[in-house]
Ligand binder design. Structure first.
Ligand code: BGC
Length: 468
């Protein structure tokens, strides 16, 4: 393909500058997001529907202590994969003795199938896994207990039941919204002849917090940055006006923000708006669409397509594949940004393999600028969201967060595998809090905290009196 490299920068430069301006996150923008996040948290705790943040009560008011013992299962449905785990817990001394797990990717068609089809799939993977036995066994007469991590907005009605509010992350399964997802799973398990019970239904953020807290008492917040995004934290029950009735003795509970629905003060571009309008949930999950893994590649693709069409970024013709929604994934952006070769070979091959684009060094540099702009905005806004939560807790009780070690447990593929994203997020937290305060805020990757966390919560909420 003939590429007029000299004319590229002339036409594209102002487009790139405009994109960078529209995505800019200087300190006042970050500060505004952090403050609005705190205010939204407060409004959502006051009354249901009080803000964009649902502030869902998790019913997890006993965190794992380390004394948990026995064999427990965890199911994890939330993004591109479904996972089933078996965890053998050994109490204070032995902790996690062993884990066995299996992971399958969710077939694309199941994401828009019927509720029965989706839950039958889950139950059959579980049945297969349970049949294989493994090295550890339940005592005779004891039912397998499951911690079910279900990573969508659910209105919890108890620790082991909850109604799906809506699907996110590209799922549009029919017949589940408005239903108790544990009942859906129980029915599917009955159909497959599986005799187990769900003892805890949890969001992935809540499972991550529980899993990380098992090892470290200073964990106060958990954040998922993967296909989707969300956060939860440990809140005092008397700071939750919408919570009526008697409080359990712990006096604290985990609250799930569902921060993907946050929307105030975000620097958005025409590409974000177009992507949102074309999505299956227009107008919803705006924070999620700006900062999470499912969308970053697509925002970049839209910006690049525009530059190709209007600025001849890749020469006179526009590669057809570049017009396909979601053809460029966030892992592709990450792969390109790790390129350290002089002629940006990886950028060239990713563009060619994924989008059928032939590129010059000049256009590859612009592609990298576009990726960096989108990822920088995302990482920095995620950091501002975290500071918003910390600020809210500190405002209520001074000294609870700032001035002492506080851990934010992070999980999700985007955080784990995109080094630039991680760096921008941490920079933003440090900028907002200042060098002294931010020194005590430990942002820590909690690898697979959510799997173990769900099993731990199954143990904490076991219907059997005694661990064995
Ligand atoms: C869901 C949350 C979940 C998050 C991360 C969002 O789309 O609404 O419930 O925690 O993704 O998986």
């Amino acid at each position: 393909m003939a590429v007029r490299s000299s004319s590229i920068s002339v036409a594209v430069a102002p487009m790139l500058t405009k994109l960078q301006q529209d995505c800019a996150t200087p300190l006042p923008v970050l500060r505004n997001v952090a403050d609005s996040m705190s205010a939204d948290i407060r409004a959502g705790l006051a009354v249901d529907g009080g803000s964009d943040l649902k502030m869902i009560l998790s019913y997890v008011d006993r965190l794992p202590t380390g004394n948990e013992k026995g064999l427990f299962y965890a199911l994890d449905l939330g993004g591109t994969n479904f996972r089933v785990l078996r965890v053998q817990l050994g109490g204070k001394d032995e902790r996690v003795i062993a884990t066995e797990s299996e992971q399958v990717s969710i077939p694309q068609e199941l994401m828009s199938a019927t509720s029965e089809e989706l839950f039958d799939f889950i139950a059959s993977v579980l049945a297969n896994f349970a049949q294989k036995g493994g090295n550890f066994h339940l005592p005779p007469g004891r039912k397998g207990e499951i911690g079910f991590t279900f990573s969508f907005p659910v209105k919890q009605t108890s620790i082991d039941s909850g109604i799906l509010i809506k699907w996110t992350k590209g799922f549009s399964v029919s017949g589940t919204a408005g239903k108790d997802v544990v009942a859906c799973l129980n029915e599917a398990m009955d159909r497959k002849g599986i005799d187990m019970r769900v003892s805890a239904l949890v969001n992935d953020t809540v499972a991550t917090l529980a899993g990380a807290r098992y090892w470290d008492d200073d964990v106060m917040v958990a954040v998922i940055l993967g296909t989707g995004t969300n956060a939860c934290y440990v809140e005092r029950m008397d700071a939750i006006p919408k919570l009526q009735g008697d409080f359990p003795s712990s006096g604290r509970t985990i609250v799930n923000l569902e921060w993907g629905a946050y929307r105030k003060g975000l620097p958005l571009t025409v590409f974000d708006r177009d992507m949102d309008a074309a999505s299956i949930n227009p107008g919803e999950q705006i924070f999620e669409k700006t900062i999470s893994g499912m969308y970053l590649g697509e925002i970049a693709r839209r910006a690049l397509l525009y530059m190709a069409e209007e600025g001849s970024l890749f020469g006179t013709s526009v590669p057809e594949k570049l017009s396909m929604p979601f053809v460029l994934g966030t892992p592709d952006l990450s792969a390109m940004q790790q390129d350290t070769t002089d002629d940006l070979q990886t950028v060239g091959s990713v563009l060619y393999d994924v989008a059928g684009v032939e590129s010059t060094l000049n256009s590859r540099k612009i592609v990298l600028e576009v990726c960096d702009t989108i990822v920088k905005r995302a990482g920095r806004l995620a950091g501002a969201g975290i500071v918003g939560i910390l600020q809210k807790i500190e405002e209520d009780t001074q000294g609870v967060i700032f001035g002492k070690r506080t851990v934010v447990a992070m999980d999700g593929g985007l955080y784990e595998r995109y080094s630039q994203y991680r760096r921008y997020l941490k920079e933003s937290v440090a900028e907002l809090l200042g060098p002294e305060t931010s020194q005590n805020i430990v942002i820590e990757h909690s690898k697979d905290g959510s799997g173990i966390g769900a099993a731990l919560l199954a143990a904490t909420n076991s219907k059997y009196d005694r661990n064995y």
